[in-house]
Ligand binder design. Structure first.
Ligand code: KIV
Length: 267
């Protein structure tokens, strides 16, 4: 068993602030796991970060299963692996949602699934079937066309009341944690204080029980990042400089040098 289970994650509320980072492949999952990140999210943001789409909507179940399996092979000792249910994999029927959620555990090796939006019935059905669920409220990027853009949510009293109601509803249905995306910090604090499960914030201020960031944003692999991102590295610049140095070395005949060659056969 890995260090972090859904039970342990839930029990950390109020005791320990936890970190989550997205990862989509074996290498970065291994690095995050070895660094002590408590949870890795195989987000459907992979549609944008890994596949180059302009939104998360085209991501398929097969994409999610394949990337989740790679991450699960990398995160073997420590981190809980959460996998996103992609657009239209669960919105049409309870049965289809349950079957697809099961695929992420059975074929992908995820420890839990994440659902955007208010789906208490599906959440209860998943938990009954042995599939832990992470809820995701606030800005839910699969609904970008309804929101009219990636905008801060829960800015009015009625929207805050609805968010509180939905967070309670998902917790009552059995979700073990809830992501709050792009909501004002005081709203995130109110939800965090109100619900019995940990909140995981992204663009939701410091009062959430846990934080999540998209790996490419925090490592400086994207040209620009949203306001709420802190850049912990500038890997994009480092990688570009390394590629450029390689191109130059090859062009100059400096690579491969003697150090990179096998012993001559002497024939
Ligand atoms: O897909 C994703 O990366 C996410 C995070 C932004 C929470 O859902």
């Amino acid at each position: 068993m890995k260090t972090w289970t859904t039970e342990k994650f839930k029990a950390a509320k109020g005791r320990e602030k936890l970190s989550c980072v997205t990862a989509y492949d074996y290498t970065f999952a291994r690095l995050a796991d070895e660094a002590g990140v408590q949870s890795i999210l195989v987000g459907d943001s992979l549609g944008m970060t890994m596949l180059g789409y302009s939104s998360t909507l085209p991501v398929t179940m097969d994409d999610m299963v394949s990337h989740t399996a790679a991450v699960a092979r990398g995160a073997v000792t420590h981190a809980l692996v959460l996998a996103d249910m992609p657009f239209l994999s669960y919105q049409c029927s309870l049965e289809e949602g349950l079957r697809n959620a099961g695929r992420l555990l059975k074929e992908g090796g995820a420890d839990a699934v994440k659902l955007e939006g208010y789906y208490p019935e599906l959440t209860a059905a998943c938990v009954k079937a042995g599939i832990p669920v992470c809820a995701h409220l606030g800005l839910t990027p699969q609904s970008v066309n309804v929101f009219g853009g990636y905008k801060v949510q829960a800015k009015t009293r009625s929207a805050v009341d609805r968010l509180l109601e939905e967070a309670h509803g998902m917790a009552d249905a059995g979700a073990f944690t809830v992501v709050l995306e792009c909501v004002p910090p005081d709203v995130a604090r109110a939800v965090t204080d109100a619900v019995p499960i940990p909140t995981i914030g992204i663009g939701a201020g410091p009062c959430c029980d846990a934080q999540v960031l998209v790996m490419q944003d925090m490592l400086g692999l994207t040209p620009a990042a949203p306001k709420f991102v802190k850049r912990y590295a500038e890997l994009g610049e480092t990688v570009k400089a390394a590629f450029a140095a390689y191109v130059k070395d090859v062009a100059d005949g400096v690579f491969p040098g003697e150090a990179e060659c096998y012993k001559p056969a002497g024939v």
